[in-house]
Ligand binder design. Structure first.
Ligand code: OXD
Ligand code: MN
Length: 532
């Protein structure tokens, strides 16, 4: 009664996250995997992982999961079949994809589907492998039972294999949310956005506009992945290939993301959260008091006094997108939605202003290719270290990242009515390390400026890094405790910091043997604009 149709699941304690160091792109030529991916020769990978599969499913049930990534009947959609010995995978795939007869029907007699094989084996960390064979449209995953490693439709297919297909077929598979903003006249414009992990992608996708913005609504089309292709009208059209959300639970509350929380009230799988005595779930940052007693994610008795967190920091909910209160009426439109703007962003304490617009598509590709986040205390890295994550695709690009940049540049030539490209940074901090911009629903104020730029309604200030808003053009109505001066402060560009940034980009670019000359020219032009 409390959570109808829901399921609680605990993974093995050594199996709670994606394993990038055990994720491989297996192409005939090493250079096709590029400098940012692990590579193994296909024959070696099939042999090595084949041995791990041998006999590992004895006595288990084999599930055959036919599934579609993308709306049923959409020209964007692709079919996959996953074989697995995990009922958890079946139940998750049932939420995250369109699975079952619809997929067989869509496939018909065609042999063109992505072949996925997953086995839990012994959940042995030392022998865990997530193998991608883009040339064979095949994925093999062994020794894990955790989401991103085993729901093969998601990161493995919809990003790594799909990015490879997209390059060959002339479209784009991106790690992006898709949202629509409806104005009081009922006109809806769509935006996609790529952000590295822990930058609030799901929150932005489900944003609730502030009270002052009467008549505006934000509609969610997707929170993680966008497949995009140019339409006959010359615009770029996007679909969400998934049909559910595999969201991080901790920090999801009625304050941070009410729409996500409301989505998870039924038909949801909770993984690695606290099980409460009254048969409910709880996690840190849920915005409600912890239960006096519960069972933690490891299956041990837990109380709020316990030294360890009750929910794993990467605990998840798997929830049907159709249950989201702000799901877009267009989210399953086979034609997708037309994109007006593409956002890139990361966590930068000082370097990047709240928002800026790139000068044009190629400059936007440069902005995406050089995007980065600074590590926070929460991450297991030194604080303040800049980690570059181009287009938030570092762990998900299924081929050479230099060639991926070239594909973006080439797509720019094919899209006649190009989306404008922006960079946003919700995370500028003051001297005490406190976030200056309120974020969450107030990010709507920035989205409105972005759409005003797309519609040619406001001008902007030209700076060496791009077009920055005039402070007066961002609506601060009812934003208590935040002044125009504060806004001016987070729109500034510090030339000294950018000198450092440019050095960092130079070092970063040196890693890429396939770097397109255009990106070097963009860097030179940036230096010139700073007088370097
Ligand atoms: C995710 C991720 O789970 O990007 O979506 O790691
Ligand atoms: Mn993601």
């Amino acid at each position: 009664e409390k959570y109808p149709g829901c399921l609680l699941h605990r993974t093995a304690i050594n199996d709670v996250a994606r394993v990038e160091h055990r994720t491989f792109i297996c192409t005939s030529k090493k250079e096709d995997a590029g400098p940012t991916n692990n590579w193994m020769a296909p024959a070696d990978a099939y042999d090595k992982v084949g041995r791990l599969f041998d006999g590992s499913m004895k006595g288990r049930t084999m599930y055959v999961i036919p599934y579609i990534m993308g709306p049923v009947g959409s020209p964007f959609s692709k079919v996959g079949v996953e074989l697995t010995d995990s009922s958890y995978v079946v139940l998750n795939m049932r939420i995250m994809t369109r699975m079952g007869d619809v997929a067989w029907k869509q496939l018909g007699d065609s042999p063109d589907f992505v072949k996925g094989l997953h086995g839990k084996a012994q959940i042995d960390e030392e022998n865990r492998y997530i193998m991608h064979f883009p040339e064979d449209k095949t994925i093999w995953s062994v020794n894990s039972g955790y989401g991103g490693n085993v729901l093969l439709g998601k990161k493995c297919f919809a990003l790594r294999i799909a990015s490879h297909m997209a390059r060959q077929e002339g479209w784009m598979a991106e790690h992006m949310l898709i949202l629509g903003i409806e104005d009081p006249e009922g006109r809806v414009e769509y935006v996609t956005g790529a952000f590295p992990s822990a930058c609030g992608k799901t929150n932005l996708a489900m944003l609730i506009p502030p009270a002052y913005a009467k008549g505006y609504r934000v509609w969610t089309v997707g929170d993680d992945i966008a497949w995009m292709r140019p339409g006959e009208d010359g615009r770029l059209w996007a679909i969400n290939p998934e049909s559910g959300f595999f969201g991080v639970a901790p920090g999801t509350s009625m304050k941070s993301n009410p729409n996500a929380l409301l989505t998870t009230r039924r038909n949801t799988i909770f993984t690695n959260v606290v099980h409460t005595e009254d048969n409910g779930v709880w996690w840190e940052g849920m915005g409600v008091p912890p239960p006096a007693r519960g069972i933690d994610w490891k299956g041990n008795p837990w109380t709020p006094e316990s030294p360890e967190k009750g929910a794993n920091p990467n605990s998840r909910f798997t929830a049907p997108a159709s249950q989201c209160p702000c799901i877009s009426p267009e989210w399953e439109n086979p034609a997708g939605v037309p994109i007006s703007a593409i956002l890139f962003g990361g966590r930068r304490a000082r370097t990047a202003p709240l928002v800026y617009q790139s000068f044009d598509w190629n400059h936007g590709v440069f902005v995406g290719a050089t995007m980065a986040s600074e590590t926070t205390a929460a991450a297991a890295h030194a604080i303040g270290v800049v980690r570059r994550d181009p287009m938030a695709m570092l762990p998900f690009c299924g081929y050479n990242m230099g060639d991926y940049f070239r594909h973006w540049l080439e797509m720019g030539e094919r899209i006649r009515r190009k989306p404008l490209i922006f960079n946003v940074n919700w995370f500028r901090t003051d001297d005490g390390g406190k976030f200056i911009w309120p974020g969450f629903g107030d990010n709507f104020r920035v989205l409105r400026w972005i759409l005003d730029r797309c519609d040619g309604k406001v001008d902007a200030v030209e700076t060496p890094i791009g077009y920055v808003p005039k402070a007066e053009d961002i609506d601060l109505t009812d934003l208590e405790g935040f002044t125009l001066e504060d806004l001016r402060g987070i729109l500034t560009i510090d030339a000294d910091l950018w000198q450092e940034e440019i050095k960092g980009i130079e070092e970063y670019f040196a890693k890429f043997d396939h770097l397109p000359g255009e990106l070097r020219s963009q860097l030179d032009a940036l230096k010139k604009r700073f007088g370097i």
